[in-house]
Design a protein around this ligand. Structure first.
Ligand code: SF4
Ligand code: SF4
Length: 95
């Protein structure tokens, strides 16, 4: 298990690559996503900001999902794994 178990899963059967524009890949300010062999891949899961899911919100195919926050939160609080991080995109502080 990672120390920040928060990252997207891409359902490739739903993804249509935004007709070659890959909205989520171009949007992500943390380099979590990349195009590999024409598909969206999660290449840097540990760079995703805990609790953040903006790429899922912008996906027109609902092809990006995140775990349920309350379940992850309960699990990592138990293990004292939360730590603060500043989002490079918006400047807000997240855990
Ligand atoms: S935003 Fe959704 S449909 Fe578009 S490339 Fe990303 S996962 Fe695929
Ligand atoms: S939630 Fe934000 S940081 Fe995480 S993959 Fe989506 S756009 Fe990137």
């Amino acid at each position: 298990m990672t120390n920040r178990p928060w990252f997207p899963t891409i359902y490739l059967d739903k993804c249509d690559c935004c007709n070659g524009t890959y909205k989520c890949v171009n949007f992500c300010p943390h380099g979590v996503l990349e195009v590999r062999e024409d598909d969206v891949s999660v290449i840097n899961p540990l760079e995703c900001i805990y609790g953040y899911s903006a790429c899922a919100d912008l996906c027109p195919k609902e092809a990006i999902i995140f775990p349920r926050k309350e379940i992850v939160s309960r699990s990592i609080k138990k293990k004292s794994l939360l730590h603060p991080i500043i989002c490079k995109g918006c400047g807000k502080k997240f855990l």
